[in-house]
Structures are given as structure tokens and as C-alpha cells.
Design a protein around this ligand. Structure first.
Ligand SMILES: *Cc1c(COP(=O)(O)O)cnc(C)c1O
Length: 408
């Protein structure tokens, strides 16, 4: 079933060429990992077309595993097309470059957004002489503020990090489009299984696939989805800039994506159960989870997630945050060392529960003043709820809070 090179070749030639090309009509259930960075064609016409991206000949132009992943993410997002990148940050940078911002342009970013992408966007705007404004998209005045600022590009997060506030995306999208702004939504925290942001008015849907889409913390990656017209320039620029996702990472991410809707349903159920248990603890000041009816974002989250957005489930995501009553940074660190089941890791979306001290991790690159303005205190812990039995997770976190506070 495999083609072997001719009979009279030397052993070195055979060693290099034998067993490199299958001739088979079978389709593997799990796609192959195409590690070849270069492919050739028997006819020059096809090679000529491949150099324009019509087939696979050079990994930086197009790669089989990346293309399969792009097809799957686009399908989940309800998008015409998708471009994948080696990280979420590379995906965000690619959108900024595609928008060709000029000196004097205005860009709006989330006030309580992910710290690392905020500092990337600040740097990119500073380089280009672009004016940057921060807006809390979940606040009532957000749409009016956008209309007043007349930005070129508006960047929001579907659910903010680490405070888990939820914006009314269709209202923000309307405000953007009324003043001709392009609207990019970083939907990493909800994933396309919970919220399809393109249908809610976003022009670009960005994902750090490192998180929920991969789901097993074994490959970094990023994705941008949108119309064919918006994604084509990103793919063309990627050929020149070289920010490509490797075959193995693309394969692992696609493998993780296969179970995204199933995992997300469980993560949502477990997060709600955990939030309810934590809400009963007197050792905690606030428990933040949009699925709790008492949460200020509950009503908007209900509109944005689940059935109304055409997604599965009706859940409120896998992220929970809480404040340890009276805790300072050393108590937060003690908490990280006291968990037995959860892992103190600065990421989210894994099958295991991950905990993080927000001020020193995801909000690390914000100044203390910025953190105060966003409402991120030293006592804030963020939890990415895993697939364990939710009572085991709750027991673990509550014992760790008790240890962190010590005898008082
Ligand atoms: C992690 C994350 C990013 C950055 O993605 P990387 O894959 O780490 O580069 C961007 N936005 C959000 C909301 C994230 O959580």
C-alpha cells in the first residue's frame, strides 16, 4: 500500500525516500500529522498553483493540520473563514496589523481586560501614534462613549478577565458600526461553544486556543475568524510574517476541539455548583459568577450565552472568581500553596481545576492604579473550573482559603 522507490537505488537513497508517501484511498478517522514542512507535486502546474496557496507545498504558505483546524474553528464560530496563529497574542497582533492604524486614530480597549493583551495593544498603539481609551464595556454608558470617541477599532472581551463581567455585544456592535469602527471580540473566556460573537455583531472573533478550545494545556495557539474578506489579508500577511501554527500543535488543538461542546457543558455545570458552594462561605467577601442570579451581569449573560446565541447548553461559563475576606498578597500566595487538588497555574480551560492570584498573574502587567481602577484587589482569586466532581473542588478550595487566612 505504500510506494517504494526504484530497485537499484543505494541504501542511503532508500533510507531517505522509502515510506514517505502512501498511496491509499482510506481516510483515517484521526487525521495524520503532516510534519513535512515541504511537499512536492508530480506535475509543475499543480506546484505552480500550490505556490498561490491552492494546495500544500510549503508550511509557511499553508499547512494541512492548520487548514483542518481553521475549517473546524470557522465552523464552530459560524464564520466563513479562520486563520490560526502560534498564540492568542499573535492572533491579536495580526488583527492590529491588518487594520493599518494611522497616527491620530482612536482605539478602544477593555478597562478590565486581560493584562498581557492590554499591554500588547498599548505598545502597538504607542508605536503608531494611536490614541488609546479604556472602556468598561459592561457599564451602561459604554455604547454612548464609543459613539463619542469615534474610534477606528474597538476591542472587547466576551467575558472579562479576571472579573468575569459580560457586555451586551449587539449593543456595542451597533455603536461601533454607527461610527464606522471595526469591532474585534476576544471570545477566549466563553469559547464558541458558549457564545458565537460574530452573530452578535463582532467583525473579528479572536480565540486563544491555548485555553478552552485545546482544553488540555498541551498546545499554545490563537485564531481569528470572520468573513472571507476580513480573513484573507490576515492569511496573506501570515505568509510574509511567518507566524504559523505548527502541525503538531494544530493536531493537538483539533483533537481537543472535538470535545469542546461536551466539555463546556460540564465546565458550566461544575462552575455553577462551585459558585453556589462558595457563596455560602463566610470567609469570602464576594463570589463572582455570571450564573448566580445575584450577579450584576446575570441578565446580560443570559442573553449573550446559550440558546439565544444559537449555542448549546444555556450555561454561564467555566470561570469563577472570589475575594478572600481581609486577604493581602501573602495570603493569596498561601492559598496557592494550600490547594491540594486544584493546580496553581496562570491559565484556564483545562480538564483540571486551575487557580490563580489575579493581581500577580493575569493582571501582572497592569499598574497598581490600573488594577485599582478595574477593581482587581490583592484578595482576588480566579478559578478555571475543571471536570472533577464539583464537591471535591469546593472542599479543596474552602480548606485552602481556611489555611491561607490562618487562625484569627
Ligand atoms: C490567554 C489569553 C490571551 C493570550 O493568548 P496566548 O495564547 O497566551 O498568547 C488573550 N486573551 C485572553 C482573554 C486570554 O485569556
Amino acid at each position: 500500500m505504500s510506494s517504494t522507490p526504484g530497485k537499484n537505488l543505494g541504501a542511503r537513497t532508500v533510507a531517505v525516500h522509502a515510506g514517505s508517501r502512501l498511496s491509499s484511498l482510506s481516510e483515517p478517522i484521526s487525521p495524520a500529522i503532516h510534519v513535512a514542512a515541504v511537499s512536492y507535486f508530480d506535475d509543475a502546474e499543480t506546484l505552480d498553483g500550490a505556490l498561490d496557496g491552492k494546495d500544500f507545498t510549503y508550511l509557511r504558505i499553508a499547512g494541512q493540520n492548520a487548514a483542518l483546524l481553521e475549517e473546524a474553528i470557522a465552523a464552530l464560530e459560524g464564520a466563513e473563514d479562520c486563520a490560526v496563529f502560534p498564540s492568542g497574542m499573535a492572533a491579536i497582533k495580526a488583527v492590529f496589523e491588518a487594520e493599518k492604524l494611522q497616527p491620530g486614530d482612536v482605539v478602544v480597549i477593555p478597562l478590565d481586560g486581560y493584562g498581557a493583551s492590554r499591554s500588547l495593544m498599548k505598545a502597538l498603539c504607542a508605536e503608531r501614534g494611536v490614541t488609546l481609551h479604556s472602556v468598561a464595556f459592561s457599564s451602561p454608558g459604554a455604547a454612548a462613549k464609543i459613539q463619542e470617541l469615534k474610534p477606528k477599532l474597538v476591542v472587547a472581551e466576551s467575558m472579562t478577565n479576571p472579573l468575569l463581567s459580560v457586555a451586551d455585544l449587539p449593543a456595542i456592535a451597533d455603536a461601533c458600526h454607527a461610527v464606522g469602527a471595526v469591532f474585534m471580540v476576544d471570545a477566549t473566556f466563553t469559547s464558541p461553544a458558549l457564545q458565537k460573537v460574530l452573530a452578535q455583531g463582532a467583525d473579528y472573533a479572536v480565540q486563544s486556543t491555548t485555553k478552552w478550545i485545546n482544553g488540555h494545556s498541551d498546545a499554545a495557539g490563537g485564531a481569528v475568524s470572520g468573513t472571507r474578506a476580513r480573513i484573507a489579508p490576515l492569511k496573506a500577511a501570515r505568509i510574509l510574517h511567518g507566524a504559523i501554527l505548527g502541525p503538531f500543535e494544530a493536531w493537538l488543538t483539533l483533537r481537543g476541539l472535538r470535545t469542546l461542546p461536551l466539555r463546556m457543558r460540564e465546565h458550566c455545570a461544575n462552575a455553577l455548583a462551585l459558585a453556589e458552594r462558595l457563596s455560602q462561605s463566610k470567609l469570602l467577601e464576594r463570589v463572582l459568577y455570571p450564573g448566580l442570579p445575584s450577579n450584576p451581569h446575570h441578565a446580560v449573560a443570559k442573553k449573550m450565552f446559550g440558546a439565544s446565541s444559537g449555542s448549546s447548553g444555556g450555561g454561564f461559563g467555566g470561570m469563577v472568581a472570589f475575594e478572600i475576606r481581609g486577604a493581602a498578597r501573602p495570603d493569596g500566595f498561601k492559598f496557592l500553596e494550600a490547594v491540594k487538588l486544584a493546580k496553581p497555574a496562570p491559565s484556564l480551560g483545562d480538564v483540571a481545576t486551575l487557580v490563580m492570584h489575579a493581581a500577580s498573574a493575569s493582571a501582572r502587567r497592569m499598574t497598581p492604579e490600573e488594577r485599582a481602577a478595574a477593581g482587581i484587589g490583592e484578595n482576588l482569586i480566579r478559578v478555571s473550573v475543571g471536570l472533577e466532581d464539583p464537591d471535591d473542588v469546593a472542599d479543596d478550595l474552602i480548606q485552602a482559603v481556611r489555611t491561607a487566612r490562618g487562625p484569627r
